[in-house]
Design a protein around this ligand. Sequence first.
Ligand SMILES: Cc1cc2nc3c(=O)[nH]c(=O)nc-3n(C[C@H](O)[C@H](O)[C@H](O)COP(=O)(O)OP(=O)(O)OC[C@H]3O[C@@H](n4cnc5c(N)ncnc54)[C@H](O)[C@@H]3O)c2cc1C
Length: 396
Amino acid sequence: MSARRTDIAIIGGGLAGSLAAAMLGRAGSDCVLIDPHETYPDDFRCEKLDGPQQALLQKTGLADAVARAATPDRTCWVARLGRVVEKRPGDQLGIFYGPLVNTIRGEIPRHVPFIRAKAQTITTGVERQTVALAGGGEIDARLVVLANGLSVSLRDSLALTREVVSPCHSVTVGFTIKPHGQRAFDFPALTYYAERPSDRAALVTFFPIGAGMRANLFVYREFDDPLLRRFRKQPQSALFELMPNLRPIIGDFAVEDKVQIRPIDLYVTHGHRQAGVVLVGDAFATSCPAAGTGVRKVLTDVERLCKEHIPRWLATPGMGEAKIAAFYDDPVKQACDAFSADKAFRLKATSLDATLGGTLRRRTKFVLQAARGLLRRPRTADESQPAARLPVEASA
Ligand SMILES: Cc1cc2nc3c(=O)[nH]c(=O)nc-3n(C[C@H](O)[C@H](O)[C@H](O)COP(=O)(O)OP(=O)(O)OC[C@H]3O[C@@H](n4cnc5c(N)ncnc54)[C@H](O)[C@@H]3O)c2cc1C
């Protein structure tokens, strides 16, 4: 059986691969998308897009479709040390990861074939690349875009290695809550920062998705930590044990679904500078969910690759290593990767800093945020429906 020929074979139809297929397809490129799942399954990953991520999404041409499928948060309360210090205009869109990826897949033009299969091996060269599919069949392409996320299965055939720079850097806990004794929570969305460094936590965020209120908690603990075990069985008492001063702000709640708990290793890939293949998204490097930079990295990678680099690469013969290197050396990509890594380590260090300097830094943030909250108050009073149960307090 002869191989199917195309210009670009995209391996992996998660956020990065689906976005690349939509952008390249819309630009009229000859590409195929390969993924074992016809519909992206439910998966615990990014569940909201902030303002800067939406601005980046605008550049890909897919922001409107995502906005239609997502839930805006209108206003977001910010609380520290048991006090609501700021009510800022909402800029977050809540959307589960499966619907996010499937919405983007829905924007891929029909002329881009979806090949439902797992890529088994990749053989690369300066001119053409061969992707062998599990179950038989081959794709013959000028370029392979590797967007296979956390999967390690294709690493060996490309001699790629992964260096884990921070094992179990953070753990993310996700669950959906409903209030006890009232129809809706008082807050439209809420970010609550950890109270003490000894809590080994960064923050918890609450934001609407559809009619539900989703919670994402980010902690710096081992995966088998007793607190995380308690979270599976008694999430409310585990959360209030960790953050006792949160209770007067959100009140008692019930959890509507299964508590999801995911540890994240921070890794970087080595050996990626090679002819014929380019890595994007988590396939290249992971980010810390607490820092919330994973989607920014995916969007930056894909936007730079599809708008700037691939059109130039296809315009001349060959797909040598020097061409591919231009993507990894792209200053916008490099700045985004550096920002993501720096934020991951800085947030962890700040959250766990028990020195006097650390306490002072957190107090300063509290006061600055409270001051900003006071300045905002007249403008956002009407937007912060439903009415606040607690007064906004501005002093420590
Ligand atoms: C719990 C958690 C919470 C997070 N929260 C946030 C957040 O709040 N903000 C934020 O910005 N980021 C967050 N992130 C990070 C963000 O979700 C990821 O960076 C992003 O989803 C990566 O997308 P991707 O396309 O690279 O990988 P994926 O979405 O994992 O896609 C990989 C795809 O490759 C396919 N695949 C794998 N192997 C093969 C193969 N051999 N052949 C064909 N296809 C293959 C898979 O089926 C899948 O479709 C979070 C991550 C986690 C785990």
